[in-house]
Write a protein that binds this ligand. Structure first.
Ligand code: SAH
Ligand code: SF4
Ligand code: F3S
Length: 467
């Protein structure tokens, strides 16, 4: 074996498998994922590699030989939760010093976090950021052999296309189309922890989608922090609209979704492509963040509230059934009552189907964190509550509009709200619960909405399309 073979990922994974086999039983891994779908998709690759290294999986940290937390840094609250949960592992490690505790993901790419883990959480064995996931086997080998702690903040620019994947669901799948972000919205930590935009080659994406469709996946979501930038970093690569159109042309009965779009890059071409397609879902998650042009400028978002209305109007013109959802931040530094009023105006005017509302959280290293005009916590909370109160009746009214109508849904699972019911997702991304046989899971069905509530919809099975 030459050096390259010895260091290849499969060779390293095989050596780790032999090392862990020495435990005398099939080792168990507990993988916990925080944050966004990007992290969920990353964890599926982590689980794929762990499985190749001989691990089975458990939800319980108490019986795990390896505990891995894939973390999020987007808000302070998320980070505090992780520190708490890592602290709680100390006793487990003291009782079983041979177990491995691994922390990765966005939060771990930050220098201050690594310093804190190094000095105060000495029971943690391996720490690394999102781009180093493909190196997990070699870091595990090093930790298992030397028993040293392995910390790295290295960023690995190349995309690894050959990682094994253990998917969470047999019906819906995530496909990352690009990594990183170049936008540097002034509140956001993501570009600092996930690095610059890197697109996967379209041939690889099309191959992955094809394989998923072949193995029975019917609901596929393309992922990226800003999918509309897809391909810009690769010479001669197609743009995101053309990628979607190419997927739409593939054989098979499936749906394709994507997240997230940035209003500055969300083109008319993309919306036209969605409208003209058969398989692209009419679901648009388009974060607006603020309704005030002054705040949007300070956020470095590169659009105005008027531009945003224009986009939504166009989307609704070409796709009257489009479901529009958004993200909004309350209490960005310098936000006045007037600015906040503009945010309320925007949500009244647009009438989103759903809104993800965030209290501004100061992220060390971002431009907004250094601003002196930070907003008082009480003011933020009061505005936040007013925002929720304004959006609540809109959600209910939007759902009420669906009452009595028929929708094609993709049946995902048994309902979390009621074990007697199934949960189906519409093309717009709305979930409808309806009584039905579990054999329908993984199929498209037609469902009539019987009752709409603010956060959920009940329905009745009308017909099953693919018996
Ligand atoms: N790339 C995606 C999502 C990024 S993070 C996009 O741009 O749409 C998801 C959401 O978290 C953001 O849309 C924003 O609303 C929120 N967010 C990001 N940083 C935040 C911060 N510092 N405080 C509060 N909310 C934040
Ligand atoms: Fe963060 Fe803005 Fe990039 Fe989204 S587009 S990840 S909000 S910097
Ligand atoms: Fe969090 Fe990283 Fe996603 S910071 S929101 S897990 S990109």
């Amino acid at each position: 074996m030459d050096n390259q073979d010895k260091n290849s990922r499969p060779a390293v994974m095989e050596r780790v498998r032999l090392l862990t086999r020495a435990m005398g039983h099939r080792p168990l891994a507990c993988v916990r994922t925080y944050g966004c779908q990007q992290n969920v998709a990353d964890s599926e690759r982590i689980s794929g590699m762990l499985s190749c290294m001989g691990y089975d999986f458990t939800d319980r940290t108490e019986e795990a030989d390896l505990v891995l937390f894939n973390t999020c840094a987007v808000r302070e609250h998320a980070e505090l939760k992780v520190f708490g949960n890592v602290g709680a592992l100390k006793g487990l490690k003291a009782a079983r010093p041979d177990m491995l505790i691994i922390l990765c993901g966005c939060m771990m790419q930050q220098e201050t976090v690594q310093q804190q883990i190094r000095s105060k959480y000495t029971h943690v064995d391996i720490v690394f950021g999102p781009s180093m996931i493909p190196e997990l086997p070699s870091m595990m080998e090093e930790a298992l052999i030397t028993r040293n702690r392995v910390f790295t903040r290295r960023e690995r620019p190349e995309i690894a296309e050959d990682l094994p994947i253990v998917r969470e669901s047999a019906h819906k799948a995530w496909v990352t189309v690009m990594y990183g972000c170049n936008n540097f919205c002034t509140y956001c930590i993501v570009p600092y922890v996930r690095g610059r935009e890197r697109s996967r080659a379209s041939a690889e994406i099309l191959k992955e989608v094809q394989e998923l469709v072949r193995s029975g996946y019917r609901d596929i979501t393309l992922l990226g922090q800003n999918v509309n930038s897809y391909g810009k970093d690769l010479e001669g690569e197609m743009d995101f609209s053309d990628l979607l159109a190419a997927i739409d042309r593939m054989d098979g009965d499936f749906w394709i979704r994507f997240t997230t779009s940035h209003p500055k890059d969300c083109s008319r071409k993309l919306l036209d492509t969605m409208a003209a397609s058969r398989k692209i879902c009419h679901q648009l998650q388009l974060p607006f963040q603020s309704g005030s042009d002054v705040i949007l400028k300070a956020m470095n978002r590169h659009y105005t509230a008027e531009d945003y209305y224009g986009l939504i109007e166009y989307a609704r013109r070409v796709m009257p059934d489009v479901v529009v959802t958004s993200d909004v931040i309350v209490g960005f530094p310098g936000e006045t009552e007037k600015d906040f009023q503009r945010t309320l105006d925007l949500i009244e005017k647009v009438r989103f189907d759903n809104l993800y509302t965030f209290l501004y959280s100061k992220r060390t290293g971002t431009r907004a964190a250094a601003a002196e005009n930070q907003i008082d916590e009480e003011v933020k909370k009061e505005r936040f509550n007013r925002l929720l109160a304004a959006q609540h009746p809109i959600c209910l009214a939007k759902n009420k509009e669906m009452e009595g109508r028929d929708y094609t849904v993709y049946v995902e699972s048994v309902s979390k709200n009621n074990p007697e019911c199934l949960s189906g997702k519409t093309s717009g991304g709305k979930t409808i619960d309806f009584p039905g046989d579990a054999a329908l899971i993984g199929q498209f069905c037609k469902v009539t909405v019987t009752r709409a509530k603010s956060w959920s919809l009940d329905g009745r099975l009308k017909e099953c399309q693919h018996d």
